[in-house]
Design a protein around this ligand. Structure first.
Ligand SMILES: [Zn+2]
Length: 245
C-alpha cells in the first residue's frame, strides 16, 4: 500500500517524458526545420549574384565588348571595305565610309592572328567587319540568293560586331589566291570544295588554322568569313564616319 502512490508518481513522469519526446522529436524531424535552411541558401544565392567574383571581373576585362575601330588596335591591317564602294555583289555603296569596327575582344584576337601571319610573310586584309542592322536589311532586300545573306530578323554576326570577312596578302599587299573572289556565291567558295589547285587549298588552310587558333570559327560556305567565339547583341549603331581616323 505504501508503494502505490510512488508507482503512480513514477508512471506519471515516465508517461510525460515519452509524450514530450514524441512531440519534440516529431517537430525536430519535420520538414519545417529544413525550410529555413533552404530559404537561407536561396537568399544567399540571390545576395551573392550581383557581386562579381574576381574571376568574373577578369573574364569581362579579357572579353571587352566595346566596338572599336580595328586600325586603332592594329594599324597594319589592310582595309578594303567593299560595301563602302561599288565593288561588291550589289554594285552599290551601302556604307557612308570605309571604317571597320569590331568588338574589342574580336579586334584583339584578329591582331593576334595578324602577328602570327606576319611571321610567315602574310598580312590580314579586311573586307568587312561590324555591319549596322539597317544595312543588313538592305543586303537582304537586294539579294535573291538568301543562302548567302543572314536574315536580319535573326541578325548576322556582322551586326553583332563579331564577324570579319577577310583574306591574306603577301608583305607587298598582293592578295593570295583563294580560288574565288570575295562574296562569290557558289560551291567553289565552300570549305568542303577541294577541286582547286594545291596552292589555293594551302592558302585557305593557312587562313583557317591561324584564325581558329586565336578564337574564330569558320563557316562552311564562305572561305573569307570568320565568326568570333563569343556572340553579343545585334546593333544598329552607325559607322563613326564623322570622326577623324
Ligand atoms: Zn561575312
Amino acid at each position: 500500500m505504501f508503494f502505490v502512490p510512488q508507482l503512480i508518481y513514477t508512471a506519471f513522469w515516465v508517461l510525460t517524458f515519452c509524450l514530450s519526446g514524441l512531440f519534440l522529436g516529431g517537430c525536430s524531424s519535420s520538414s519545417s526545420k529544413e525550410m529555413p535552411k533552404s530559404k537561407t541558401k536561396q537568399q544567399s544565392l540571390v545576395v551573392n549574384k550581383p557581386n562579381p567574383t574576381p574571376l568574373d571581373t577578369a573574364w569581362k576585362s579579357a572579353h571587352d565588348s566595346t566596338l572599336v575601330e580595328v586600325l586603332k588596335v592594329d594599324k597594319s591591317f589592310i582595309l578594303d571595305i567593299r560595301y563602302a564602294t561599288t565593288n561588291n555583289f550589289m554594285k552599290i555603296k551601302v556604307y557612308p565610309c570605309d571604317k571597320c569596327l569590331l568588338r574589342k575582344c574580336a579586334a584583339e584576337a584578329l591582331k593576334k592572328a595578324n602577328d602570327l601571319f606576319k611571321k610567315d610573310g602574310f598580312m590580314v586584309k579586311i573586307y568587312d567587319g561590324y555591319r549596322p542592322l539597317s544595312v543588313q536589311w538592305e543586303l537582304w532586300n537586294r539579294t535573291s540568293n538568301k543562302n548567302y545573306v543572314a536574315n536580319p530578323r535573326k541578325g548576322s554576326n556582322h551586326n553583332r560586331g563579331c564577324a570579319v570577312d577577310m583574306t591574306l596578302t603577301d608583305l607587298n599587299g598582293k592578295e593570295l589566291d583563294m580560288g574565288t573572289p570575295y562574296d562569290f556565291f557558289g560551291p567553289e567558295a565552300h570549305h568542303t570544295y577541294t577541286n582547286l589547285p594545291a596552292k589555293v587549298l594551302k592558302n585557305r588552310q593557312k587562313l583557317k588554322s591561324v584564325m581558329e587558333s586565336v578564337g574564330f570559327k569558320h563557316i562552311s560556305n564562305e572561305w573569307w568569313h570568320y565568326d568570333y567565339k563569343i556572340k553579343y547583341s545585334v546593333l544598329d549603331q552607325p559607322l563613326p564616319c564623322d570622326k577623324a581616323p
